[in-house]
Ligand binder design. Structure first.
Ligand code: EPZ
Length: 448
């Protein structure tokens, strides 16, 4: 089935346009922006739409690279994906004639592995590339594979691909994870919607994006419920129908811009944000002395009275929701460089998510790594402009935040990483009064 496509070792990653951000620091951000839909909800919903042959319509979908890659991956399999207008995607998986998720997709976006559960459950087979690790950690997918096997699938691994088969329907069962996995929970949940019988997933991740996905699945006629905070139960159905859903706001984007107000001593209002989904971060911001108001679909952050150098240090530890999100750890680490004193950072989810701070140190941050998952951030640091390189999505947004707080104009390479997960990030910063532009590699830009 896979012969027409390149073998693992023949794969040439597509050439990515080399772009940089040029950021002039020293401006206190001020203004109102609208938060986009959540990347980590939208991607799973696009995958879930393959559980039915009927049309699914998604609104408030962020216009980001990862969504574009998921749409492309679906189209390559014969799924009809329409994009009638900004932030709206329509998916009709009537004729899926190519049950194959190639290395190209996996290399660009891990969430392509979310196609394992729905395709296996609906079509009984799929060949899917192992997404492998990335800059933040080893990131194996063994829990996903074990969950499918527990439901009766046969899965072999060869040359970087999982060959998965489900003779007959998958069977409902108890899926017990050794620890919490977000996409592990989601993949098992999607597979269970068409399985024969009752499935219990425990411990199930509690991320709000999963509850948004459950809302969409139940609109499709699935029977999925979170019966305890850490338990999801699914009664399998023979078929599901099309449905419409508006994607929840992105809490990591919300947190990133909230911290942008903090590091610049500014005042920002985030329209369309759900403060309830960032409670752990709000607690950290308030501990530093920053004022945060949430409610009525907006989050207001005011750091005008407690700017850089006067904030209080805070110790943080990341964990599964509702603990502090690992995706907001890099931006928070930048904030803590501006606190008056030492803060301890414990990155408890991913092995290598502090490595990027080497770039932050080039801007004058004083950070001592204690192994790969712990660091002491010495503040306040007077950040200055520098030429730095982005290694991954959240580290990228964090280097922009540092540059906004720094003296001078920074040049930040690897802008494509940020475009994977933030919609119109320069536009939004410009609307808040920042001096930022994206230029082709080698181009000087207006501020050069
Ligand atoms: C999701 O990744 C998010 N990605 C990540 O966001 C986020 O950081 C992460 O959850 C944690 O919140 C998407 O939703 C697309 P995990 P996921 O399985 O599901 C280990 C961003 O910036 N593990 O909860 O891959 C794993 O290595 C991204 O938007 C196994 O060992 O994360 C990690 O240490 C980055 N075996 C831990 O579990 C497995 O089979 C938690 O990972 C699965 C996971």
């Amino acid at each position: 089935m896979a012969d027409a496509r390149p073998f693992h070792w023949e794969f040439e990653p597509p050439k990515i346009p080399r772009e940089r951000f040029l950021v002039e620091g020293g401006v206190a951000l001020d203004g109102t922006i609208r938060v986009s839909g959540a990347k980590n909800a939208a991607l799973k919903m696009l995958a879930a739409a393959t559980l039915t042959g009927e049309r699914c319509v998604f609104s408030n979908v962020p216009e980001i690279e990862d969504v574009r890659v998921m749409a492309e991956t679906l189209s390559d399999m014969g799924v009809v994906v329409d994009h009638p207008e900004q932030n709206v995607y329509e998916v009709s998986a009537g004729d899926v004639d190519w049950l194959f998720v190639p290395l190209e997709a996996a290399a660009k976006m891990r969430a392509s592995f979310m196609l394992l559960g729905p395709l296996l459950s609906r079509f009984g087979e799929v060949v899917i590339s192992n997404p492998g690790g990335d800059r933040i950690g080893r990131r194996p997918v063994d829990l996903h594979v074990d969950a499918m096997r527990a439901m009766g699938a046969q899965i072999d691994y060869r040359y970087g691909y999982y060959y998965a088969k489900a003779p007959g329907r998958l069977r409902g069962t108890e899926v017990r994870f050794p620890f919490v996995s977000v996409m592990g929970t989601e993949n098992a949940m999607l597979a269970a919607t068409l399985a024969d019988g009752h499935t219990v997933i425990r411990p199930a991740a509690q991320e709000p994006e999963i509850d948004d996905l459950i809302l969409f699945l139940n609109k499709m006629g699935a029977e999925v419920s979170r019966t305890y905070p850490d338990t999801i139960e699914v009664v399998g159905k023979r078929r599901l129908r099309g449905a419409e859903h508006s994607v929840m706001p992105d809490r990591i984007e919300t947190g990133t811009f909230a911290i942008a107000a903090g590091v610049t001593g500014g005042h920002v209002v985030l329209e369309g944000a759900d403060g309830g989904t960032i409670a752990a971060l709000v607690e950290v911001l308030e501990q530093t002395g920053i004022s945060v108001t949430t409610g009525d679909g907006r989050v207001e952050v005011d750091a005008r009275s407690i700017g850089p150098g006067t904030m209080r240090p805070v110790d943080i530890t990341t964990g599964p929701y509702p603990e502090l999100a690992t995706d907001i750890q890099p931006p928070t680490t930048v904030l803590l460089t501006q606190a008056a004193g030492d803060s301890r950072v414990h990155e408890a989810i991913f092995e290598d998510r502090l490595e990027w701070t080497g770039e932050l140190a080039k801007m004058g941050a004083k950070i001592d790594l204690k192994g790969t998952q712990r660091a002491v951030v010495h503040g306040p640091a007077k950040l200055h402009a520098a030429d730095v390189e982005i290694s991954d999505l959240r580290a990228g947004a964090s280097l922009i935040l540092a540059a906004l707080a720094a003296e001078g104009t920074s040049s930040i390479g690897g802008a494509h990483h940020v475009r994977r997960g933030y919609e119109n990030i320069e536009r939004k910063f410009l609307d808040l009064g920042a001096r930022i532009e994206r230029v082709q590699e080698g181009e000087l830009g207006n501020s050069g």
